[in-house]
Design a protein around this ligand. Structure first.
Ligand code: ARG
Length: 466
């Protein structure tokens, strides 16, 4: 039987199923790089504290380098008894350099080790996710620039409300992703804190220089309480909340596009690259990319709920419950790592159909224009609203668009109507009149695009060129 890290005080063997239950190696093996980085830095710190001689530290580091090579060349072999990534690395180091390997764990616990590894691993993933958000925003803004002059129905309650620019609708998502980016930057500060040197729970007695360790590992700050340090999983809960909110935005974008790409709407068409067919109905082209984005929101929200439930009710410091933090974390990083670039691909290749959009525009969306017109002529808005309500009633009754009503017909409702009424009744005019900051007029949307371009790291020129 292979020796377990903690085997000394035990005389009986672990039950086979219990062993499987306890093992985390099958998922935490993903932490190998962070674990090796942590151990490299820790070996240096031990040498600085004279726990290891320089020579011993060198031998340990060479051993760790060899293990790194084994992992990166996919020839690291797991053995039964490798409980988790930390014990696997320690076991292998022993095989490579002998008993000296046993000194690396001086003053260190898997409790501060796993917390350090996970933070290091996540920090690196956050950089990638941030870039993916930038790209998604970038393709959104590019499409907004291309289709700046397409006017579409703006919806509330999924009922046509007022005309808006297609760009304005699409950019609304760029702002959601902007907030996601800001939240990501904010939570990164709390991920970027080093627990190493906290020991099992009470600190490190070997004069380990934690400031040196943090610098060596590239952490911006140190944890200030060892008991908190080994048990804190807030940064994972925060990350999962971030992911849930981001995924929610992706899901809403997907839902809009699923509706807009349906036969009944036909506002947009998904590229073949992001659609799939039906095994039975030859005509089908289904928006599976979007449905999966929408669908994966469930598992991300589930991971957040799962972790919060795992954390609730744990007594102080490390408990094995905390090992359950990794699968939801890994799954969520993987999920977002796919949904963000898929969404970017969908948007980048999206075909917009201005003809279908125009055909779908109901003239009743100009009712507010009529009311505003009467307001300009001096009528209080509430009266104008009521009066236009009557006009809308008639338009529906005789099935005539508002812009086809002759002036005489308008005059029957109010003497305030004049020859200039018809020029007010175009969708373009309605959109361009909304030129407040953040509105849907051409100028306001252009200003919005400029704001976003400053906030996004994306090569717009290259995008336009290809
Ligand atoms: N695999 C463990 C985890 O992920 C490492 C920490 C184990 N600590 C312990 N005291 N058993 O949480």
């Amino acid at each position: 039987m292979s020796q377990q890290l903690w085997g000394g005080r035990f005389s009986g063997a672990t039950d086979a199923l219990m062993r499987k239950f306890n093992d985390s190696i099958f998922f935490d093996i993903r932490l190998w790089e962070a674990d090796l980085d942590g151990s490299m830095a820790y070996a240096k710190a031990l040498a600085r504290a004279s726990v290891l001689t320089e020579e011993e530290a060198d031998i340990i580091q060479d051993g760790l380098d060899e293990i790194r090579a084994e992992f990166s060349q996919r020839r690291f072999e797991l053995k039964s008894g490798d409980e988790d990534i930390h014990s696997a690395v320690e076991r292998r180091l022993g095989e490579l350099i002998g008993d000296l390997a046993g000194k690396l764990h001086t003053g260190r616990s898997r409790n501060d080790q796993v917390a350090t590894d996970t933070r290091l691993w996540l920090k690196r993933k956050l950089v990638v996710l941030r870039e993916q958000l930038d790209t998604l925003q970038g393709v959104i803004v590019s499409q907004a620039i291309t289709h700046l002059n397409v006017i579409m129905p703006g919806y509330t309650h999924l009922q046509q409300a007022q005309p808006v620019r297609f760009s304005h609708w699409l950019l609304s998502y760029a702002w959601m992703f902007q907030r996601d980016k800001e939240r990501l930057d904010d939570l990164t500060q709390r991920v970027d804190v080093m627990p190493l040197g906290s020991g099992a729970l009470s600190g490190n007695p070997f004069k380990i220089d934690r400031v040196f360790l943090a610098q060596a590992l590239g952490f911006a700050a140190l944890t200030a309480n060892s008991m908190d340090a080994v048990s804190d999983r807030d940064y994972i809960a925060e990350f999962l909340s971030w992911a849930a909110i981001t995924q929610l935005h992706l899901s809403r974008l997907a839902e809009d596009l699923i509706i807009y790409s349906s036969r009944e709407f036909g506002f947009v068409e998904l590229d073949d690259a992001y659609s799939t067919g039906s095994s039975l109905m030859p005509q089908k082209k289904n928006p599976d990319s979007l449905e999966l984005i929408r669908g994966k929101t469930g598992r991300v929200v589930g991971s957040l709920t799962g972790l919060l439930t795992t954390l609730k009710g744990q007594p102080s410091t490390y408990n094995k419950d905390s090992q359950e933090d990794k699968e939801p974390l890994f799954d969520t990083v993987d999920t977002l790592g796919m949904t963000l670039p898929i969404a970017a691909g969908v948007i980048k290749t999206l075909k917009v159909n201005p003809g279908r959009i125009y055909d779908a525009m109901d003239s009743l969306m100009l009712a507010t224009e009529l009311a505003d017109y009467l307001v300009d002529k001096g009528l209080p808005f509430r009266e104008a609203h009521h009066l236009v309500g009557k006009i809308v009633q008639q338009a529906i009754a005789i099935d005539q668009p508002l812009y086809s009503f002759p002036l005489a017909a308008y005059k029957k409702f109010s003497d305030l109507f004049d020859r200039d009424v018809h020029e007010r009744l175009t969708f373009n005019r309605a959109a361009d009149r909304r030129d407040s900051l953040g509105g849907t007029s051409e100028n306001a949307v252009k200003a919005q695009i400029e704001l976003l371009r400053d906030l996004i790291e994306f090569d717009f020129d290259e995008e336009v060129a290809d």
